[in-house]
Design a protein. Structure first.
Length: 296
């Protein structure tokens, strides 16, 4: 069985998340009543049982901003108790003048390996998360992301295709930081024009040696686990980045809205079947192990 690292998953307590505990809000992934509840590490481990996943990376889930350290502390306690997850991508507000006081607080937790602040903006308000589309050009954000190198931390980069040129500029401005592109660039416009824009943006990011692409969240905009779609995105992404700069992530429990964990893994394994063993090992294990500095 292939050894797999899940480089993108969540656990949560509903009460900590404004978007889960408050009034029902439209979300990018559609109706979400089935996951509007606690999603514990025990349920996550039950979901992945028998799939070959041996390690995982937790990615922040948008607690209230002032709770950024509380989130990291809770996940660290969870890992200390259960042995999972094996790394944490925490939240920090990168729009402030100096992010280092936040990073110093996060550095108290040994599993923190990086930061995500979602920068994706879209004309469709349902898809919009960032305050404006050009945050990649913001001087404070560039300065603060540069600071991550002093901590040995990566930045999980989340943008849409029209933002990718600016995102490539951000990556070039922070050459000592590894950027991990979320969800393979969030292909949401499946028209020929939309696909072409996505490919063009990906090529700009792939030209930056400090950017890797996370093959995750591919059901976000189609609300299903589509093996053909997974295979197409994987093939094109690997062609641009190379397998050693690609990594798998489940995006669970979001993808649990339309598929099981086993079916999701099977779709990715089938998509990668035409690659050689070293390439498959890179996508499913060694890239994530390297960029998130996972222990053996």
């Amino acid at each position: 069985m292939t050894e797999i690292v899940d480089a993108h998953h969540h656990i949560w307590r509903q009460s900590d998340l404004p978007w889960l505990s408050g009034p029902m809000q439209p979300r990018i992934f559609g109706p979400y009543e089935p996951i509007r509840r606690d999603y514990s590490i025990r349920e996550y481990l039950d979901d992945l049982a028998g799939t070959g996943v041996t390690r995982s990376v937790y990615v922040q889930t948008n607690w209230a901003k002032e709770g950024f350290e509380d989130e990291a502390a809770w996940v660290q306690r969870t890992a200390d108790q259960h042995g999972w997850p094996h790394a944490i991508v925490a939240y920090a507000d990168l729009t402030v003048e100096d992010v280092r006081p936040q990073l110093d607080r996060l550095a108290r937790y040994p599993l923190v390996r990086g930061v995500r602040m979602q920068l994706h903006w879209h004309d469709n308000p349902l898809y919009r998360f960032a305050a404006r589309p050009d945050l990649c050009n913001d001087a404070a954000i560039q300065r603060n992301i540069t600071q991550l190198a002093d901590y040995g931390w990566s930045f999980d980069l989340q943008v849409f295709a029209p933002q990718m040129a600016d995102a490539a500029g951000l990556a070039r401005a922070c050459p000592k930081v590894t950027f991990i592109l979320q969800h393979a660039g969030m292909l949401e416009d499946l028209s020929p024009e939309g696909r072409a824009a996505w490919r063009a943006g990906l090529s700009l990011l792939a030209a930056c040696p400090n950017v890797v692409s996370k093959l995750s969240g591919l059901g976000t905009f189609i609300h299903r686990n589509d093996a053909a779609h997974v295979a197409d995105v994987l093939k094109q992404t690997v062609a641009m980045f190379g397998a050693k700069r690609c990594l798998f992530g489940s995006n669970f429990p979001i993808e649990k809205l339309w598929t099981s964990y086993r079916s999701l893994v099977d779709a990715y394994l089938a998509a990668a079947a035409q690659l050689d063993a070293d390439q498959r090992d890179a996508i499913f294990r060694t890239t994530a192990t390297r960029v998130y500095r996972l222990n053996p």
